[in-house]
Design a protein around this ligand. Sequence first.
Ligand code: G6P
Length: 281
Amino acid sequence: MAVVTMTEYGALPAAQICAADGAEITLSLFGAHLLSWKTADGQQRLFVSSQTPLDGSKAIRGGVPVIFPQFNMRGPGLRHGFARVSHWRVGASGEENGQAFIELELNQQDLPAEHAAAWPHDFALTLRYTLQGDALAVRFTVHNCGTREFPFGVALHTYFDVGQLAATSVAGLQGQRYTDHHLQTATQDQPALHFTEKQDRLYQSTPALTLNTASATLQLEQQGFDNWVVWNPGQADAAALTDLADEEYLRFICIEPARIDQQPLAAGASWTGSHRIRCCG
Ligand SMILES: O=P(O)(O)OC[C@H]1O[C@H](O)[C@H](O)[C@@H](O)[C@@H]1O
């Protein structure tokens, strides 16, 4: 039987679910931010910065930030949107088909006046996390409750704990088109992407990926999004981030299912994106 426990993470209210096999996740209500995912073997799969504020003053560095309604600066609002700095509500939770799940919700009425005024659209977001044995599934639904269409971009900015960056690679992207941080567009030749310097690539496709680290193999799949984003800041950019210790860039990479370009959602319509991460060792 799944158990949902309300707890605290730093100064932030958080919800924890434990599955029957011992797997567990912890989610901050600030940002609906996944902070911890331990598989049944007790292994932590996500990275959280030792320097991140955990008091709601700033977005959390690590885990899974929820990016909405814009990716990075691709829109007129806050960088990466307001969802990651909003206070979400706990919705349904429990067990379905033997799997533990929890939902977090956010709508227009939940926003502080300044964010609601800056993005005046009647929306409802539902983020559902399901623990499935050695897999974690997340389903993100955006609903337009209003009478006019609105544009949005979205991402699940997943920080994987890779232990040692030098022993990490991502397979599945050979032959795929991407744009890098120099705004150069190219096709990836290499079968596997390695991390010997800063990487910030926006891929135009969504193949299944394999993340190989020194101690684990993870399979990643997504539906409903349009892109993969792969990011590691490298030494110089990491040093400039005040919420990351200088050497911590050597411990994570971000692989993000995303829809980086703003696309319209019609009045009354919904969009759903899914991401599934399975540990194979
Ligand atoms: O520092 P943040 O606002 O959390 O953004 C962190 C990173 O997010 C994405 O991965 C972008 O592709 C990067 O360009 C950006 O640096």
